[in-house]
Write a protein that binds this ligand. Structure first.
Ligand code: FAD
Ligand code: SIN
Length: 526
């Protein structure tokens, strides 16, 4: 089947939904998403969204905090733009019906997280993302100009390559004409022709064995754009959240929000020592890269699998009001945070790199924009400041909307696009090969391309991944496409990009830390 639309949006997180709602005022929108409508990284966001809100805070302070966290690699122009425009975008989110918590004076209750010099995180208890998805989907489902296709998996974007032309990363004017999408309920593959395509596919946490990201986060958008010869950047900057709940059998890992440290919770090692002071003067509220590395180091010194977050001294009522979700999770596991310390461990959480975009969200492929976590705008540099990603998604979805709606009326849908060619493919002989390869990739990435890297480890990861890549390409060519097979291909592609970019960057900066020799003495990071 061929489907025609003005705007094709791939992804139903904060970025895709925000764009779709706005673009629907100007044209027809098709929004596809590979799982349930609300399934996304956005849904699990806990801490909140950073914005300059109270009188004592300033754009300059938020800009400086972002630049410091980014370890000198942020694009300052983009940082200023996002922070300056961010407050108005958050205001729009409120007008759409998102409810952020207020204090007894009726003012927004602004929380603090690592790397922030002010309280500026708007939140809805500790389930901010759930509330944002609720508010956006409520509007989306009432909009007659938006059709949502859930359980549709985007396989690849369509370019001149599909018309038989040779396309390389140097070809000028590569253009996106739409995408091939797989209906995962019946296995049919449809062709969507669009004037504008928006990649809003989120993160890639499942490249690693332990991640806070839900299973949908397989880096599909980045892999699709890379295959289409678009440009990708900064993939070595993988953010590990310092505090996921230590429960090895649970996937994804449950997040223990950084806002708890903003509320006064303190990291301690297994001897009960507040170790962060040895690493950074900001203690438990240092930027994430520093805290995650310090925990990693403490675990190497002690040989233990986790450290603790101590909440026992905190105000019980205020804590339960702010963090009911985390409190209930702990209680259900038999950990009363006012009696016992919470065992925590770093887990993959966010990808700073991705599809290169300009200030309007345009990728290097014409008629293709990328917004949200799959994009690399220059905001985060070498390390994202906490709660800046929801903000980035809002600002860039708005900018992409303004730019795309000014140009789409001049674009005609491309004719003669062939349908998906499944000739010569058969059902997989053994599905276990796909699931097993996925686990192998995740182990390679967690073992050799984690918080601390070395040339030797990266080379080992590269060599092992190459074997899996070759095996999987052979399987892909002869197998009827399934979501699992496509995702495996994307996970391998994104892992390759992370390793390749990590190998190119010789110096340690931000989230990319290269150890020359294994050294478990406390790292001096400030
Ligand atoms: P997502 O919300 O991940 O949405 C991506 C969408 O694309 C999904 O609907 C997915 O199903 C769909 N998709 C992907 N591939 C395909 C495909 N091939 N075909 C069709 N559909 C596809 N950030 C903050 O700023 N503050 C926080 O407090 C915060 N807390 C977090 C807590 C957790 C546990 C996690 C995991 C992340 C958190 N983050 C937080 C990060 C933030 O949530 C994400 O960066 C942000 O929500 C990404 O939004 P997005 O719209 O780009 O992508
Ligand atoms: C958290 O609540 O700790 C997550 C915040 C973020 O990832 O920005």
């Amino acid at each position: 089947m061929q489907i025609k639309t003005d705007f094709l949006v791939i992804g139903s997180g904060i970025a895709g939904l925000s764009f779709a709602l706005k673009a629907a005022q100007k044209g027809k929108v098709i929004l596809i998403t590979k799982s349930n409508q609300d399934e996304s990284n956005t849904k699990y966001a806990q801490g909140g969204i950073a914005a300059v809100w109270h009188d004592g805070d300033t754009v300059e302070k938020h800009v400086q905090d972002t630049l410091i966290a980014g370890a000198g690699l942020c694009d300052e122009k983009i940082v200023r733009m996002v922070v300056t425009e961010g407050t108005a975008r958050v205001q729009e989110l409120i007008e759409l019906g998102t409810k952020f918590d207020k204090n007894q004076n009726g003012e927004y209750d602004l929380a603090k997280e690592g790397g922030h010099s002010e309280n500026r995180i708007l939140h809805h208890k500790d389930i901010t993302g759930y509330e944002i998805e609720r508010a956006l989907l409520n509007k989306i489902n009432k909009d007659p100009n938006i059709t949502v296709y859930d359980h549709y998996y985007a396989i690849d974007i369509i370019t001149q390559h599909h018309l038989g032309e040779l396309v390389t990363s140097k070809t000028p004017g590569i253009t996106c004409f739409g995408a091939y999408i797989l209906n995962t309920r019946n296995g049919h593959i449809d062709t969507v022709l669009s004037k504008i395509t928006i990649m809003a596919t989120g993160g890639a946490g499942n490249v690693y064995a332990t991640t806070t990201n839900p299973t949908i986060a397989t880096g599909d958008g980045i892999a699709m754009v890379y295959r289409a010869k678009g440009h990708i950047k900064d993939m070595e900057f993988v953010q590990f959240h310092p505090t996921s709940l230590y429960k090895p059998e649970e996937h994804p890992s449950f997040l223990i929000s950084e806002a708890m440290r903003g509320f006064g919770a303190v990291l301690k090692n297994q001897n009960g020592e507040e170790f962060m002071g040895r690493y950074d003067s900001r203690g438990s509220l240092a930027p994430r890269d520093i805290v995650a590395r310090a925990i990693d180091n403490e675990m190497k010194i002690s040989g233990e699998d986790f450290v603790y977050l101590d909440c026992r001294h905190l105000d019980r009522k205020g804590f339960i009001e702010h963090f009911p979700n985390i409190y209930n999770k702990c209680i259900n596991l038999g950990i009363d945070p006012f009696i016992k310390m919470i065992p925590v461990v770093p887990a993959q959480h966010y990808l700073c790199g991705g599809i290169i975009i300009d200030e309007f969200g345009r990728s290097t492929i014409d008629q293709l924009y990328a917004i949200g976590e799959c994009a690399c705008s220059g905001l985060h540099g070498a390390n994202r400041l906490a709660s800046n990603s929801l903000l980035e998604a809002l600002v860039f979805s708005h900018r992409a909307f303004e730019h795309a709606t000014n140009t789409f009326t001049k674009i005609s849908l491309k004719e003669n696009i062939p349908n998906w060619n499944a000739e010569g493919t058969e059902h997989p002989e053994e599905m276990i090969l796909i699931t097993q390869s996925k686990k192998e990739v995740q182990q390679i990435m967690s073992n050799y391309v984690g918080i601390v890297r070395s040339e030797l480890r990266l080379k080992r990861a590269f060599d092992r991944l190459e074997i899996l890549y070759k095996e999987n390409e052979t399987l892909y060519d002869k197998t009827i496409l399934s979501q699992e097979l496509g995702e495996l291909r994307n996970i391998i592609c994104v892992s390759y990009l992370i390793i390749k970019h990590a190998m190119k960057r010789k110096e340690s900066v931000g989230l990319h830390y290269m150890a020359k020799k294994f050294d478990a003495k406390p790292l001096k990071t400030t």
